[in-house]
Design a protein around this ligand. Structure first.
Ligand code: PA5
Length: 446
């Protein structure tokens, strides 16, 4: 199987192999801190062991439940937010394409995501989609108390109970949550829903290879054995901290080098629509892991060539604080070959005989060189194919790099204290008991 390859040759003179290697001592320390569990956040390192050391009995149950859902459901509703849905959505779209739910002849069931916003219009549209369809639901929340999925689940639970009755709901609603506590755990126990566990020592944004991600991914028709095999392969590939042999750690160093040189914004750039949600997953992973204590690279993502017609101007020519990490997919699943046209009114006959993957690859490299000329350092991650094995590698590549990068930066990569602030304000403004003083203070400021 081919591996991911990291390439910093388009670093615009700001990052190079030698300057990466000069960080070896710091990386060796960060590697020890991470793998020996001696750093901040060390009670959330379960994801490091995951690709090999996972609950095999639960894994088998995921497959059983998957089979039942695939046999019986037209629509599978996944309720969750942040780390409780982004990984699954990213993997499903990478494997099945972003139009997975709409393409005739694709696997059933359709998979839709709810509870990742507080929009009534979005919820109403989703409810309309369920009419006349066989529906299964997976509600996912580690804490079991997050507002957005809790709201969506209230509505969907009510819909399901009215439509199917309590007994049938206990078959059709599956819960993924903490093994022992939380409101969702209580509901699941009371209503007899089937339950999967989010392990205590794995934070939301590192949980895609637990039941959190695996059940929705498997229901969408993916081979989760291959996904885990790719992840295990990556953990083996990146176990040696020697920067001469570790592309994952090279990436972690390169981004910190660039930050130190004033490049405080990293854009994850893709040229395949199937990678859009991977960019969303990556943004959460790096944003929540590194953005704290007044530190961190701001993670942004663009979809190319689409966004070259919107963000392209700024990237080429705006403030020079950006660097890009380009995800370069080296093979296409499906393709279209351009035909010559007798009239050639659009002047596109020079493309005749070329397939879109080839054209896209030239657009990619043309853009990389143009952005280099504009002064943007570019890191590249070459991805041999969008299959389960490679995607398993990608997940571990970016998770491990994130852990190392966070320690290099000097933060705890495994907490997210800042996320609580908006919640406290929202609860206060909505009149939740216990937030009276904050409500008064906030209302005076509005
Ligand atoms: O990474 C994290 O821990 C968070 O982003 C969570 O994934 C997100 O807030 C959802 O939390 P929960 O699964 O508890 O509903």
């Amino acid at each position: 199987m081919a591996n991911l390859r990291f390439d910093c040759t388009k670093g615009a003179g700001k990052v190079c192999d030698n300057c990466i290697n000069s960080w070896q001592d710091r990386v060796t320390d960060a590697h020890k801190t991470l793998t020996e569990g001696t750093g901040a956040g060390n009670d959330f390192l379960g994801w490091l062991r995951l690709p090999l050391n996972y609950d095999k009995e639960e894994f088998a149950r995921i497959k059983e439940v998957t089979q039942e859902i695939r046999d019986n459901a037209d629509i599978f509703v996944v309720i969750g937010i942040g780390g409780s849905y982004l990984g699954a959505r990213a993997v499903i779209e990478m494997l099945k394409g972003p139009m997975y739910n709409m393409v005739p002849g694709k696997d059933k069931p359709q998979v839709i995501f709810l509870g990742c916003n507080i929009s009534g219009s979005y919820l109403v549209d989703c409810l309309k989609m369920l009419e006349g369809k066989s529906v299964y639901v997976n509600v996912i929340s580690k804490s079991g108390t997050t507002t957005e999925p809790a709201i969506a689940f209230r509505v969907i639970k009510d819909y399901m109970e009215k439509r199917y009755g309590m007994e049938e709901c206990s078959r059709r609603i599956v819960v993924t949550t903490d093994a022992h506590r939380g409101a969702l755990k209580t509901v699941a126990d009371k209503c007899g829903y089937r339950e999967f566990v989010v392990p205590d020592d794995i934070g939301g944004r590192f949980s895609v290879l637990t039941a959190v991600g695996l059940l929705p991914i498997a229901v969408a028709g993916a081979d989760i054995d291959q996904l885990m095999a790719g992840a295990a392969h990556a953990m083996d590939l990146y176990k040696d901290p020697d920067l001469n042999n570790n592309d994952c750690y090279r990436y972690a160093v390169a981004r910190n080098l660039l930050l130190n040189k004033g490049y405080g914004i990293e854009i994850l750039t893709n040229y395949e629509p199937a990678l859009h949600s991977f960019g969303e997953w990556w943004k959460q992973l790096y944003g929540e892991s590194e953005g704290k204590d007044g530190k961190g690279i701001f993670p942004a993502a663009v979809d190319c060539t689409t966004d070259l017609h919107s963000m392209g101007q700024y990237i080429q020519d705006g403030r020079r604080v950006l660097f890009e990490t380009v995800l370069n997919v080296e093979s296409a699943k499906d393709d279209v070959v351009m035909e010559a046209d007798e009239h050639n009114y659009d002047g596109m006959n020079f493309l005749a005989g070329m397939d879109l993957h080839y054209i896209n690859s030239k657009a990619t490299m043309g853009t990389v060189l143009a952005h280099n000329d504009g002064g943007n350092p570019i890191l590249m991650v070459h991805i041999p194919a969008l299959d389960e094995f490679t995607i398993g590698q990608m997940i571990c590549f970016f998770e491990l790099a994130c852990g190392i990068s966070g320690y290099l930066l000097g933060v705890n990569p495994f907490d997210q204290p800042g996320v609580e602030e908006y919640k406290k304000n929202m609860f206060a403004l909505l009149g939740k008991p216990g937030y009276e003083d904050r409500k008064q203070e906030l209302e005076a400021r509005l």
